[in-house]
Write a protein that binds this ligand. Structure first.
Ligand SMILES: Cc1ncc(COP(=O)(O)O)c(C=O)c1O
Length: 211
């Protein structure tokens, strides 16, 4: 059992749940962890928690694949951990991300008319909100329009292996600054116009969000 668990330490609501590794009685679980979300993605450093025999096999396999992770990065992180700086950083980031999460969810509520049939998750942790657009919409097409407004997201189709999910997208809330998440739209609110493949500005709509 491979447990891919990069977001465990980034919970803002609800109760902590046991990891599969903690529930494992037979040494079957390989848990993948990373410093990407709790320290810095650019380090390209993570770790594995698993049965020692599995770990020693994986060490050999990794050596064969890439001749080991760079030691300088490992030393930097080791010193960071030894200095006891990680828990405080995670705590601060958790507070900041929790605030950003609320900012993004509030912005979605303010700018998306319920009549448009757009739905999104209210995640208790992690860095993303998953948005589901009406089925007739193509997130890839919306992406081009969003880019023109300096907004980027990941189109949901890439997370599906069967060609579905074209009307879904993943929004990140940890990276943008709070003021960017709270920014009022500079364009009139959009709506579905007859014949439009995406939302197009409604004539006469106000540039300010509802509420
Ligand atoms: C679910 C999941 N697993 C693993 C990773 C891997 O992170 P990294 O390769 O930066 O350690 C990510 C990063 O976005 C992720 O979202």
């Amino acid at each position: 059992v491979l447990e891919d668990s990069p977001y465990r330490q980034l919970r803002y609501l609800g109760e902590d749940l046991p990891s599969l590794l903690e529930l494992d009685r037979d040494g079957r679980v390989i848990s993948l962890r990373t410093f990407s979300k709790i320290l810095s993605p650019g380090l390209r450093l993570g770790w594995i928690a698993a049965h020692p025999e599995v770990v020693s096999r994986l060490v050999v396999a990794k050596q064969a694949a890439d001749l080991c992770t760079g030691s300088l990065v490992q030393i930097v992180v080791r010193e960071f951990l030894k200095a006891g700086l990680l828990p405080g950083l995670i705590l601060r980031n958790r507070e900041l991300y929790a605030e950003k999460r609320v900012a993004l969810l509030s912005a979605l509520e303010a700018h998306f008319d319920p009549a448009w049939g757009v739905h999104w998750t209210r995640p208790e942790g992690g860095l993303f909100v998953w948005v589901t657009l009406p089925v007739w919409m193509d997130a890839a097409e919306l992406f081009q329009r969003a880019l023109a407004e300096n907004v980027a997201f990941v189109v949901g189709g890439v997370f599906h292996c069967d060609g579905s999910g074209r009307n879904t997208l993943r929004l990140n809330f940890s990276h943008p600054r709070l003021e960017q998440l709270r920014r009022r739209p500079s364009r009139p609110r959009a709506c579905r116009a007859p014949g439009a493949t995406l939302w197009t500005p409604c004539p006469g709509t106000s540039p300010s969000p509802r509420r």
